[in-house]
Design a protein around this ligand. Structure first.
Ligand SMILES: [Ca+2]
Ligand SMILES: [Ca+2]
Ligand SMILES: [Ca+2]
Length: 232
């Protein structure tokens, strides 16, 4: 019975942590929304995103939550085409179309309050050629450029042989000023319409560890005291 109580308390604590994570600032991080995309028909294959079926792909100026850069060729959406999506049906290839200026970018504006966060995404390289599949990323203040004092920047890269499957990349970062920030992913390397795949982008607030741990220990203390009293 006491074991049950302890399990219940732990579950309550975990539920509390999950509760703080539910306020996700990011929209359509899994690229599986088929709403609010533009233009109505894809730029290459003239496919409406909400009518796309497995094996098809096309390029759009924007999809729900994300926009491609003004001078970009657009964001390429694939429906389980070259690989199976990491989640559901869709993933993104940022070495887009048409050749030869095919390296593209996607950006989403997110409001971030002060605090610690974790950025994660899933990535896989497509080709066997080095310097062909890279994706750089930045989180930066909306009033600045990516290169000016970014909160976070980095890159994912590799060749197909490095990847048995999708791989998760995860980074923690700190927001000192509550403001609008831009999360941007941009293809790098050889522009040949073939590049890195991206799926399941998340920004999640990281719970403050110390108070949660103290709360947990406190509740466990109650449980221990309760057990001792019962044994008397
Ligand atoms: Ca997906
Ligand atoms: Ca492509
Ligand atoms: Ca490429």
């Amino acid at each position: 019975m006491k074991k049950l109580l302890v399990i219940f308390l732990f579950t309550s604590i975990l539920a509390g942590i999950a509760g703080t994570s539910s306020a996700l600032p990011l929209v359509n991080g899994n690229f599986d929304s088929i709403q609010n995309y533009s233009p109505d028909k894809g730029l290459v294959n003239k496919i409406k995103l909400d009518e796309m079926v497995s094996g098809q792909w096309d390029v759009y100026d924007s999809i729900e939550g994300w926009r491609s850069g003004d001078s970009d060729s657009g964001v390429e959406i694939q429906y389980n085409t070259v690989v199976q999506a990491h989640s559901q049906n869709f993933y993104v290839e940022l070495d887009s179309h048409p050749y030869p200026n095919s390296n593209s970018s996607i950006t989403q504006t997110v409001f971030l309050d002060r605090g610690m966060y974790n950025l994660s995404f899933w990535y896989m390289a497509r080709t066997h050629t080095p310097n062909d599949n890279g994706i750089d990323f930045w989180i930066y203040n909306s009033n600045l450029t990516p290169q000016e004092d970014p909160l976070l920047s980095g890159s994912a890269d590799g060749v197909r042989d490095d990847f048995m499957d999708w791989l998760e990349y995860s980074y923690s970062f700190n927001v000192e000023t509550a403001a609008d920030y831009e999360l941007m992913f941009s293809a790098t390397g050889i522009e040949n319409t073939l590049g890195g795949f991206l799926d399941d982008v998340e920004i999640i607030p990281t719970p403050e560890p110390a108070p949660m741990l103290l709360l947990g220990l406190g509740l466990l203390g109650f449980a221990a005291v309760g057990r001792r009293n019962l044994k008397k």
